[in-house]
Design a protein around this ligand. Structure first.
Ligand SMILES: *Cc1c(COP(=O)(O)O)cnc(C)c1O
Length: 387
């Protein structure tokens, strides 16, 4: 059996993979089994922040690996404490809970919001407003938070207590707040899986005003938008707001599983011993790598990210076969006249890896992708859309 046949024989059928086996790479270049090279604009879905086999990250990770690879949360280890301090200093949030994935980071956020409200307003204040077309994860609770029926259908009943608001609809948000006992409003600033759709400044301001007025918590899911992806360290910084809770994962670990739930002043002491936990959470190797990632996301790098973003948007916006480009920073969605799948296949055949988000072609290049590679990739995408 070849790898495709073995995969379908032995791996649960949850993924419709591209017919490519990736074996190695460096930075924004990656090779498949046959030695074919690609420019990688997919970064393992916004995970490989500094590309593949990045040497600074490898050094940070391997140095820790030779000391201690795991200790459990029964003991202190240094990397997770240093990372937490760094995240708090850089964001203005006050405490961090570490898990291993985006879904877990959101689970923690939801638990914190419910516990805060239960203690402050009463146990019946448990409703969380999320947005239609959102994506918050695959566990039963984060699926409930995900405002898309297609993800729900086969898995009912889901966790109770979620209601959905149309993104941008302030009147509906107000009416949901007044007709439910709401503890939190949860949202992505750019709906990634939903088609790379940024929320408007007006709607984000309304969320924060309504939340403030009604003592409702704001939960910002920055699993995809976080860690420099939008051209700010966290997307909320682009909107000039400070959420009560920020969840992140994907790009934080640069490829090792790591999630973080950052807690603001109001909720920093909600979690108490045994109210939550994780065996792997705060793993020293993953955290050592993440420290190196966060330290490199400085003003200079973010300027680069915004410049690259502008370059992509300027090159593609009015190109033939392209209807629109949406998104922020290096998280962009291209609405194509042709079927997005066809464009993705053309790009793959011609040495560029891009992925899908709904009906769009999604670009998530490494933050440090060299300009020359980006220029080459954009030319291929242009051709793929124009044909
Ligand atoms: C990917 C993603 C998740 C889920 O993350 P996992 O690590 O796959 O659990 C949650 N929210 C958003 C916005 C995401 O993009």
């Amino acid at each position: 059996m070849n790898i495709f046949e073995k995969d379908s024989a032995f791996i649960a059928g949850t993924y419709a993979r591209f017919p490519v086996e990736l074996v190695s790479g460096k930075g924004s270049l990656v090779k498949d089994r046959n030695g074919k090279e690609y420019i990688d604009l997919s970064t393992g879905i916004a995970v490989n922040t500094f590309g593949i086999a990045d040497s600074q990250w490898i050094n940070a990770v391997t140095e820790q690996l030779t000391k201690i690879q795991h200790a459990s949360n029964l003991y202190y280890t240094e990397p997770c404490v240093t990372l937490a301090e760094l995240l708090c200093q850089r964001t203005g949030l006050k405490k961090v809970f570490f898990g291993n994935s985006g879904a877990e980071a959101n689970e923690c956020a939801i638990k914190v919001a419910r516990k805060y409200a239960a203690e402050k307003k009463g146990k019946d204040y448990n409703v969380i407003i999320t947005l239609k077309n959102s994506f918050h994860g695959r566990t039963i609770t984060t699926l409930a938070a995900t405002g898309q029926d297609v993800f729900h259908n086969d898995f009912l009943p889901l966790t109770e207590g979620f209601v959905y608001c149309e993104a941008g609809n302030i009147a509906q948000l107000e009416s949901l707040v007044s007709s439910n006992k709401v503890c939190a409003i949860m949202f992505e600033l750019v709906q990634g899986e939903g088609g790379v759709l940024p929320l408007s400044q007006e709607f984000v301001d309304a969320i924060f005003e309504i939340a403030e007025k009604n003592d409702i918590l704001t939960i910002c899911d920055e699993v995809q938008t976080g860690n420099g992806r939008t051209g700010a360290l966290y997307g909320f910084m682009k909107y000039g707001v400070l959420p009560d809770i920020v969840s992140t994962a994907k790009g934080l670990g640069n490829g090792l599983p790591l999630g973080a739930t950052m807690l603001g002043e109001k909720v920093k002491d909600v979690l108490t011993p045994s109210s939550h936990g994780s065996t792997f959470g705060g793993n020293p190797v993953a955290c050592a790598g993440a420290i190196s990632v966060i330290n490199r996301i400085d003003e200079d790098l973010l300027k680069e990210v915004n410049k690259k973003s502008e370059f992509i948007v300027d090159s593609l916006e009015d190109a033939q076969g392209i209807k629109s480009v949406s998104g922020m920073g290096l998280m962009l969605g291209i609405e194509t006249e042709k079927d997005a799948g066809e464009v993705i296949k053309y790009c793959m055949d011609n040495g560029v890896l891009v992925i899908k988000a709904k009906n769009k072609v999604r670009l998530l290049p490494a933050l440090n992708i060299p300009f020359e590679l980006l220029e080459k990739a954009v030319e291929v995408i242009k051709k793929g859309c124009a044909l």
